[in-house]
Design a protein around this ligand. Structure first.
Ligand SMILES: CSC[C@H]1O[C@H](OP(=O)(O)O)[C@H](O)[C@@H]1O
Length: 381
């Protein structure tokens, strides 16, 4: 099966992934997603014609990753509006679809605000729907631009922190084009290093239990012809001990006002390892991931996911092959499992946060709030 997807030669530059697009076929507007649960074996499109379908796609991680969730949420409001569904009901469903990534609520609120503003000015439903769609398209374009700027700022920081050429970068989960309107967040920095001839190795954590690293980051790195090696999450420590990691690059789902970072579970242990081994731990995220209304890490709601994701190994291909459930048990039936989707890294373990506005230390660099004021003119209460 793996030969359905052949690794590209080093240096390859494939077309952008069709991660998410708005389409208007004769039967009505739709949101078309690349179904990330089917990757890397199959590249399958998922067509959402209504908000419940999009909510299911978000909750099953067919579409995922903080910045992309914001974009999808905004398009979801537009989909409800142009198809004549209850927009306020759609806003509620979308905002609640997943709790941790602040971008989702931000994108939904941006599109909803555009819809309401148009309606208040006398626009009819179609015109107000188009206003929501324009807001979604704007968010999509802004995120693509932010991705490019984060890649630039991140590579400059890597070169400053790691003079002397080939960087060996450890990454966790997936932070590439599959989470973005552009080429991603942390992955985009690694890709920029690769394009500049300064990526010696990309160490890819598999990222149990949903394997975003093995299934998605390896897929993206292979497409781009990057020198990557997959590892089990519990092998990361031995890489640090062997001196094989020059920097850790990860994304974020929510950054609190004190610089605490919520990200895929397993990020916090990497931050502790990085601190112990004096390795830079760098978070790469757009300012839409910063939530100044969340004061600290303890205030971030961490999504708890079904224990079945831990006690079974599953894939859509297994489900399609038939049989009982879609999963292969790896624990006794009835086993209870602890399955937080994220963990929180305190600011003192974060070397730098790179956004589209630049890089700063959350502890010594003037604080994340200062960075966001410059970028989005947010008011600090
Ligand atoms: C840069 S956003 C990517 C971020 O989202 C992932 O979570 P999930 O796969 O559950 O959506 C993970 O936390 C990544 O770092």
């Amino acid at each position: 099966m793996a030969d359905q997807f052949v690794q590209n030669p080093v240096g390859a530059e494939p077309p952008m992934l069709p991660v998410l697009r708005w389409d208007e076929p004769p039967e009505g507007p739709v949101l078309v997603l690349l179904d990330q649960t089917r990757l890397p074996i199959e590249e399958v499109e998922l067509v959402c014609t209504d908000v419940p379908a999009l909510v299911r796609a978000i909750q099953t991680l067919a579409v995922r990753g903080a910045p992309l969730l914001g974009i999808a949420g905004a398009y979801g409001v537009a989909l409800a509006a142009v198809r004549g569904y209850d927009v306020e009901e759609a806003v509620g469903l979308l905002e609640q679809a997943r709790p941790t990534a602040v971008n989702l609520g931000y994108g939904v609120r941006q599109a909803a605000a555009a819809y309401r503003a148009a309606a208040e000015k006398g626009a009819d439903a179609e015109q107000a729907g188009q206003a929501a769609l324009a807001a979604a398209r704007g968010l999509h374009e802004e995120d693509a631009a932010a991705s490019a700027r984060m890649a630039e700022h991140g590579l400059v920081l890597l070169d400053e922190l790691l003079p002397g050429g080939g960087h060996r970068i450890l990454t966790h989960c997936n932070t590439g084009a599959l989470v973005s309107g552009g080429e991603g967040t942390a992955f985009a920095v690694s890709l920029a290093a690769h394009r500049a001839g300064r990526l010696r190795r990309l160490w890819v954590d598999e990222t149990r239990p949903l394997l975003q690293g093995a299934r998605l980051t390896a897929y993206e790195a292979a497409r781009c012809g990057m020198p990557y090696t997959l590892l089990t999450d519990n092998a990361a420590g031995s890489l640090f001990a062997a001196g094989e990691v020059d920097a850790v690059l990860i994304g974020a789902d929510r950054i609190a006002a004190d610089g605490s970072v919520a990200n895929k579970v397993g990020s916090y242990p990497l931050a502790v390892l990085a601190k112990y081994h004096h390795v830079p731990f760098i978070v790469v995220a757009p300012t839409t991931t910063v939530d100044l209304s969340t004061p600290d890490g303890a205030s971030i709601e961490v999504e708890q996911r079904p224990g079945q994701e831990v006690t079974e190994v599953t894939s859509p291909q297994m489900a399609a092959a038939g049989g009982g459930g879609s999963g292969l048990p790896v624990a006794p039936l009835g086993t209870q499992a602890y399955n937080p989707a994220f963990d929180v890294t305190p600011p003192d373990l974060v070397t730098a946060i790179v956004t589209e506005q630049g890089a700063l230390s959350p502890v010594t660099g003037g604080g994340i709030a200062d960075l966001c004021v410059r970028s989005r003119q947010v008011t600090i209460s």
